[in-house]
Design a protein around this ligand. Structure first.
Ligand SMILES: O=C(O)C(=O)C[C@H](O)[C@H](O)COP(=O)(O)O
Length: 213
């Protein structure tokens, strides 16, 4: 699990993918890899998710997670398909415990101190901060980071190139998630070069913002 966190922290960006057709999975994965970002979170908002995860994970050149995971059964479907981490909009003990039973990283969504404390009680050291944009954004994360030392955050929801620095400048922010890099319309239209261009731009911006050692 810690290896996945290390890879996510290295990437600093997690493309949040909604795929209506699993046949688009390989083309999208190739666009991400070509753009220098071999990471994706495939959301369980569509029925295509398990097969899309399988096709992308089977490539062997991209770190695949599952998003919008709401139940332990979906954890099993995601992990059986090859997902290495599981992301949820909120915090579910049942989902987190199933992730731990299956040996994969759980990234539940939290936006209050109570939810964060519940995540800590489940043994988590990194949480998703969702929906970031409407829950106080970077200032809220800074406030929580001051109280919950050692906890890391992955903000998603309203993150874009315009506010990326606000989030990545926070030491407690491991990475950010966002759909801006992988617009559904471009994917559905198989405009994979356009996706690669968006990804390359995001990678270049994140690299520019990476703290000097
Ligand atoms: O449901 C989940 O588990 C999620 O992963 C939620 C997504 O991260 C956000 O909906 C992305 O928000 P945008 O980048 O503003 O489109």
């Amino acid at each position: 699990m810690s290896d996945v966190l290390t890879q996510l922290a290295q990437a600093r960006l997690v493309p949040v993918v909604v795929l209506d057709d699993a046949a688009d999975a390989d083309g999208l994965a190739g666009a991400l890899v070509d753009g220098g970002l071999p990471v994706a979170e495939v959301t369980f908002r569509t029925a295509a998710a398990p097969e899309a995860i399988r096709r992308m994970a089977d490539r062997g050149d991209i770190l695949i997670g599952a998003g919008t995971v709401l139940t332990p059964a979906q954890v099993d479907k995601a992990v059986d398909a090859g997902a290495r981490y599981v992301v949820s909009p909120g915090l579910s003990r049942a989902v987190v415990e199933r992730c731990h039973e299956r040996g994969v990283l759980a990234l539940p969504g939290t936006v209050t101190a109570t939810e964060i404390q519940a995540a800590l009680e489940l043994g988590l050291s990194t949480v998703k901060f969702f929906p970031a944009g409407t829950s106080g954004g970077a200032p809220a994360i800074k406030g929580f980071a001051a109280v919950f030392g050692g906890l890391s955050f992955v903000p998603t929801g309203g993150v874009s190139p315009a506010n990326l620095q606000d989030y990545l400048d926070i030491p407690a922010v491991k990475a950010v998630g966002g759909s801006w890099m992988v617009p559904q319309k471009l994917v559905a239209a198989h405009e994979f070069q356009a996706v690669t261009d968006l990804v390359s731009e995001a990678v270049a911006l994140a690299e520019k913002l990476r703290p000097s050692v």
